[in-house]
Each structure stands twice: as structure tokens, then as C-alpha cells.
Design a protein around this ligand. Structure first.
Ligand code: HEC
Ligand code: HEC
Length: 371
């Protein structure tokens, strides 16, 4: 009954708050308004799953719904917490049975501009990715038959009817609603965005940091941090062209390197290549890397500056990115000054978006129920 009550409240809000919207079809598209510099997104939303108000609200409820886990103790939001830009602050996360996965929870941000999901890219669609943790024995460990039965008991059938014009709740529709919510998680009001819009004047250090971040160094001519070679443009995430956004950023040697993308493609050239994550809100999402090995941004910068491990698949952009001339075969180093490291970190802090982590549209709709 509680969920039905919520539906009435939400519908009331949609109609009540804004008199202009009284006649708007509840299935009308939900406005997203991302900045133009993120690139077009019209072709990034699947034709069979447009983002509607009802679908978004249902997806939001499911995202926070503990009934989707085997013992009703965990929801997606247990490992993807809004205050932490939808990560959980842990190196690896325990599922309902207390077993930890091998990789770190990922920040969910601007997912519309990504083509492959998870650290090794095993999912092509947010829809299919969203179903997986529910069934996964080391995550929410729930069967769909049982989850659907519980959702029916909670009164969700009406919500699925309204959102998808569907007779019954299905696994496929759960994935679709969750995907609509997650595609809407757009972060675009950081200081960096305000600066791009001409609303914020960066400090000298932030300005230098931005330039270093996006500059590929040329020894003796141009100093750079080389970050933007892989963390591209204002989104600071990897290329969305196939697996081009997957790189080996020198975390390990051939002896101890994780499989990474090779687990998906079977190609040894892909060993140790991982998805280049967006650095938006990065100051809020420690620890860092797919296994959460670095506690701080300082450690991350030390890694890129003087901690790169050689391996057969180490990325050419790392090998060729240095502020000093290096002999072939030498361990690649950036040779940044202490000031330059501080400046890059100042720029990374500019990517924090307080509005995103406190946006009431993305928060737990059951908060008052202590759910
Ligand atoms: C037990 C913790 C846990 C729970 C619960 C959980 N996740 Fe995750 N999530 C992770 C981890 C860990 C990864 C990285 C997985 C990998 O690389 O194999 C991840 C990755 C993702 C990604 C990929 C992001 C990207 O940029 O590629 C999405 C999307 C996602 N989760 C959505 C969800 C949804 C939706 C739910 C609820 C149905 C959920 N997660 C529940 C821990 C969790
Ligand atoms: C060759 C491409 C490449 C370059 C150059 C590069 N990165 Fe990365 N970055 C990656 C990849 C790939 C990952 C994920 C690696 C993993 O976890 O296995 C990553 C991860 C990170 C993370 C952790 C993100 C998280 O969510 O845990 C941070 C922070 C980061 N990079 C910052 C930087 C900075 C700062 C620079 C420049 C000094 C830089 N990167 C240069 C590809 C690159």
C-alpha cells in the first residue's frame, strides 16, 4: 500500500505544483537539458525506451527498493549513494551475503554518453547492466520470480501499467525503468561547468590545472599532465567509439595484471585495459581505480607521475606522454613539479557538483519510511 500512496503523492505533485502541466500527458518525455558541450544525446536513448516522467519515477523507486534483494536488506543505492556521487566509499563492496566483489562500485554520472558498462565493459546497455546486480549472488542475490511477486504485493503493478502500458511486471521492464532513471543522472553544474558558461572565475591554480589536465606534453616545449588524452573533454570520460575508451593506465606488471577488457573480447591485446571513468565528482568518490587501490587524489597523481608499471599492453598515450625526453624501454614518468600536481588536483576539485549530489529528484523517495 505504501507504494500506491507514493504514486498518488507524486501524481499530485506533478499536477499540483505546476498548473501549466495539468494537461500534459504523464507519458510525455522528461526534460533533461544537458549542456551542448556534452554532445548530442538524441541518438543515445534507445527508441524502445524513451525517458518519460512516469518511467523515470518508477525507475527511481526501483533504484531505492530493497525488495529487489534476496533478504530485502539492500537496494542499488546501498552501493550507489547519491551523497557520494553514486558510489559507496569502499574499495570493494559486500553483497547481501557479506561476500565482497573483486571490483569497486562505480559512480553513476552522465551515463548517457557511454557505450559500454562496468570496468571491463561487459554490458552494452544500461538496461541489461541494471538487471544484473539483482540476480548476482554476490550482490543482491534475488530471483526475478520472487522480486516480481514482492513488487506486485507492494502495489507496483499499477505503476508499471502507467509507465509502460504493460499488463504485468517483467524483468525487461524493471531494467528499462532503472535505465530511464540512470540516464537522467546528469551532472552539469560543477564549478568547471560554471566556468565554461562564464559564471565562475577560476583561481590561478585551477586555471593552470585545467590547462595541464588537457595538455599532451612535449619535452622542452609544452608542459602537460596528459590526462585529457584519455579523460576526454568536459565529460572527462573515455571515447564512446567501441572500446576506444578502454586503456591500460599502468597499474600493474604483466605478472599481476587483471584481465580487464580481455575477459570480454578474448583478445590478449586487451589484457589490463579498463573503462576510462568520468572524473566528474571525483573528489567525492574515493577510493580510486577498479580495485580501489588509491585512497586519495594525491596518490592517483603520484601513480601517473612516477608510479607507472611497465607491461606489454601499457597504453601508448602513457608511454609517449612525458615532460622530459626518455629512452625507449625506460619506465614512463611525467616529471611534474609539486606545484603542477597541486594544480591538477585543484582542477579535479572543480568537477564537484553539489547540486547533483543534493538534487531532490534523485534522492530516496521512501526516505520518510526509513526504508
Ligand atoms: C553490492 C554492491 C552493488 C549493488 C547492490 C549494485 N551495484 Fe552497481 N556496481 C557495483 C560494482 C562493484 C560495479 C562495477 C562492476 C564491474 O565492473 O563488474 C557496479 C557498476 C554499475 C554500473 C556501471 C556503470 C558504468 O559506468 O559502467 C551501473 C549502471 C550500475 N552498477 C547500476 C546498478 C543498479 C541499477 C543496481 C541495482 C539494481 C546496482 N548497480 C546495484 C556495485 C553494486
Ligand atoms: C592512457 C589513458 C589515461 C591517461 C593518460 C590518464 N588516465 Fe586516468 N584512468 C584511465 C583508466 C583506464 C582508468 C581506470 C583504470 C582502472 O581502474 O583499472 C583511469 C582512472 C583514473 C582515476 C580513478 C577513477 C575512479 O573512479 O576510480 C582517476 C582519479 C584518474 N584516472 C585521473 C587521471 C589524471 C589526473 C590523469 C592525468 C595526470 C589521468 N587520469 C591520465 C585512463 C587514463
Amino acid at each position: 500500500m505504501t507504494k500506491i500512496f507514493y504514486l498518488i503523492v507524486i501524481t499530485g505533485l506533478l499536477i499540483g505544483c505546476n498548473p501549466k502541466e495539468t494537461n500534459i500527458d504523464p507519458n510525455s518525455e522528461r526534460e533533461l537539458n544537458p549542456p551542448e558541450y556534452f554532445g548530442s544525446y538524441s541518438n543515445r536513448i534507445p527508441d524502445d525506451n524513451p525517458i518519460t516522467r512516469k518511467g523515470f519515477e518508477l525507475g527511481r523507486m526501483l533504484f531505492y527498493e530493497k525488495k529487489l534483494s534476496g533478504d530485502n536488506s539492500m537496494s542499488c543505492a546501498s552501493c550507489h549513494q547519491q551523497k557520494k556521487a553514486f558510489t559507496d566509499g569502499l574499495a570493494t563492496s559486500p553483497g547481501i551475503d557479506g561476500v565482497n566483489g573483486k571490483v569497486s562500485s562505480m559512480s553513476l554520472v552522465n551515463l548517457m554518453w557511454a557505450e559500454h558498462f562496468t570496468w571491463n565493459g561487459k554490458f552494452e546497455q544500461i538496461e541489461s547492466q541494471s538487471i544484473e546486480p539483482i540476480r548476482n549472488p554476490i550482490e543482491m542475490h534475488e530471483s526475478f520470480d520472487h522480486a516480481i511477486q514482492e513488487l506486485e504485493e507492494e502495489g507496483y503493478t499499477t505503476l508499471f501499467q502507467e509507465a509502460f502500458n504493460a499488463e504485468e511486471i517483467t524483468e525487461d521492464l524493471i531494467g528499462k525503468a532503472l535505465a530511464q532513471f540512470q540516464r537522467s543522472l546528469i551532472s552539469s553544474n560543477s564549478k568547471y561547468d560554471q566556468y565554461l558558461r562564464g559564471e565562475y572565475e577560476p583561481s590561478p591554480s585551477e586555471k593552470r590545472g585545467e590547462r595541464l589536465f588537457f595538455t599532451h606534453p612535449i619535452p622542452g616545449q609544452l608542459r602537460g599532465g596528459n590526462c585529457g588524452d584519455c579523460h576526454l573533454g568536459p565529460l572527462t570520460s573515455g571515447a564512446i567509439d567501441g572500446f576506444q575508451g578502454f586503456h591500460n593506465n599502468g597499474l600493474d606488471t604483466d605478472e599481476n595484471i587483471d584481465e580487464g577488457l580481455m575477459a570480454v573480447t578474448g583478445d590478449p591485446k586487451d589484457k589490463g585495459r579498463f573503462k576510462t571513468p568520468s572524473l566528474r565528482n571525483i573528489a567525492l568518490t574515493a577510493p580510486y581505480m577498479h580495485d580501489g587501490r588509491f585512497e586519495t587524489l594525491e596518490e592517483v597523481i603520484e601513480h601517473y607521475d612516477n608510479g607507472i608499471h611497465q607491461s606489454s599492453t601499457l597504453d601508448i598515450l602513457i608511454i609517449e606522454g612525458s615532460n622530459e625526453n626518455q629512452d625507449a624501454g625506460e619506465r614512463p614518468r611525467l616529471f611534474l613539479t609539486e606545484q603542477e600536481k597541486e594544480d591538477i588536483i585543484a582542477f579535479l576539485h572543480m568537477l564537484t557538483d553539489e547540486d547533483f549530489i543534493s538534487n531532490p529528484d534523485f534522492s530516496n523517495p521512501f526516505e520518510n519510511e526509513n526504508n
